[in-house]
Structures are given as structure tokens and as C-alpha cells.
Design a protein around this ligand. Structure first.
Ligand code: AMP
Length: 214
């Protein structure tokens, strides 16, 4: 599988990407997770990224393109990959195309998870995230263990700082302005497959798998 999973913040990309990547035995490359790890480790990249992330803004294209280039040149990506959260702008998509052409491994599919905005705001405000393994819960739909620790790895769950209501609105605005144009970009290339992201996690996974095999 060589695919991109795109969609607005809170569409369920992280949850779905984890399941799909595991099933296909390819790495899930989640740029948000890479940045959060760098931020926790206090690296120069983490410090650069922090101010953008806290405001719900995009980290500059050249930084993100460098990260993805380094990651996709690693050995495990030769078997395929599932990108989650990249590309988010047309220049990022163009750089990705150039890189994959150089590496001789073009994209097979771009899956677009569609979820209406009112549902997104509800999802993000109830989200609890594991800072260690990246697993997400939702206080109503997928409640975390009562002790507030991750059921997978045991770390203490947190509310992401960028899941605060005011930041969610600016992330949605950024999505509309910078990321939505990618729909037209990938449609023109004939690789875009839109999937309804509303419903139970397993139902959405089944739709995504069907779209991948179309
Ligand atoms: P995510 O976990 O995918 O929602 O990403 C969290 C935050 O990381 C975003 O709101 C951006 O600030 C930053 N980020 C992640 N991926 C990208 C990207 N491809 N381009 C720019 N910023 C990104």
C-alpha cells in the first residue's frame, strides 16, 4: 500500500491509519505524531513546531517536506506506507510527487475521510490522547479506562492543547483554506477516493478498505 489518508482535523485519520497500516504491514507516517514527539524531546524541530501547533497553524512547508523526505527514504518505507496528516498544502503534495517519482514508488490512492463540521467540533472537544503511543479515545463514543491511563500502553491520557475550542476553529479554517484544494489536485490525478467518515470505527474502516481495493 502506498497511500495518503486525508481529511479535516478530528475526522478519525489517526485511528483509521493505525488500523489500516497494521493490516497492510506498512508504516503509518503521521507528521503530527512526529512533531509532538520532537516537541516533547525539546529538539530544535520541536521548538520550531510548538508555536505553530499551539495556534492551530501549519508548520512551514519546507520543514515538513524535509521531515517526510527523511522518513520515506528509510528502509521500512520500501514495502509501502500510509501517510497521515501529510500533505496538507499543494506545495507539499507537489514535493511528495517529485520525491516518490525519484524513489520509483508513486502513490496508489488518496483516501479522503469526510465528516461534517459540527460533528468534528464535538469529536475534538471530547478527545483524550495518549502522549506515548498516540492512541485516541472519546469521552462518549470510545471512553478511556476509568483511571485515565491508556489501555494499550498505560501512559496517562491528556487533552491535546490544540483540541481547545478556539484552536479547533482555527484548525478548521486552515483546513478549508490550505488543505481542501488538495481534493482538486488529487482528483485531477485520478487517485482521490472519498469515504464517509461518520459511523462506528469498524464501519469506517470497512469503507476505507473497500475504497482501497476499488
Ligand atoms: P495532526 O496531529 O495531524 O492534527 O497535526 C497537529 C499539528 O501539527 C497541526 O495542527 C500542524 O500545526 C502540525 N502539522 C502536522 N502535519 C503537518 C503538515 N503536513 N504541514 C504542516 N503542519 C503540520
Amino acid at each position: 500500500m502506498r497511500a495518503v489518508l486525508m481529511g479535516p482535523p478530528g475526522a478519525g485519520k489517526g485511528t483509521q491509519a493505525q488500523v489500516l497500516a497494521q493490516g497492510a504491514q506498512v508504516p503509518q507516517v503521521a507528521t503530527g505524531d512526529i512533531l509532538r514527539r520532537a516537541r516533547e524531546e525539546g529538539t530544535p524541530l520541536g521548538r520550531t513546531a510548538q508555536s505553530y501547533m499551539d495556534k492551530g497553524e501549519l508548520v512551514p512547508d519546507e520543514v515538513m517536506i524535509g521531515i517526510i523526505e527523511e522518513r520515506l527514504r528509510q528502509e521500512d518505507a520500501k514495502a509501502g506506507f500510509l501517510l497521515d496528516g501529510f500533505p496538507r498544502t499543494v506545495p507539499q503534495a507537489e514535493a511528495l510527487d517529485r520525491l516518490l517519482q525519484q524513489l520509483g514508488m508513486p502513490l496508489e490512492a488518496v483516501l479522503l475521510l469526510e465528516v461534517p463540521e459540527d460533528a468534528i467540533v464535538r469529536r475534538l472537544s471530547g478527545r483524550r490522547t495518549c502522549p506515548s503511543c498516540g492512541r485516541s479515545y472519546h469521552i462518549e463514543n470510545d471512553p478511556p479506562p476509568v483511571d485515565g491511563h491508556c489501555g494499550t500502553c498505560g501512559a496517562e491520557l491528556v487533552t491535546r492543547t490544540d483540541d481547545r475550542p478556539e484552536t479547533v476553529l482555527s484548525r478548521l479554517e486552515v483546513y478549508r483554506r490550505s488543505t481542501e484544494p488538495l481534493k482538486t489536485y488529487y482528483q485531477a490525478k485520478g487517485v482521490l477516493r472519498a469515504v464517509d467518515g461518520v459511523g462506528k470505527v469498524e464501519e469506517v474502516t470497512a469503507r476505507l478498505r473497500a475504497a482501497l481495493h476499488d
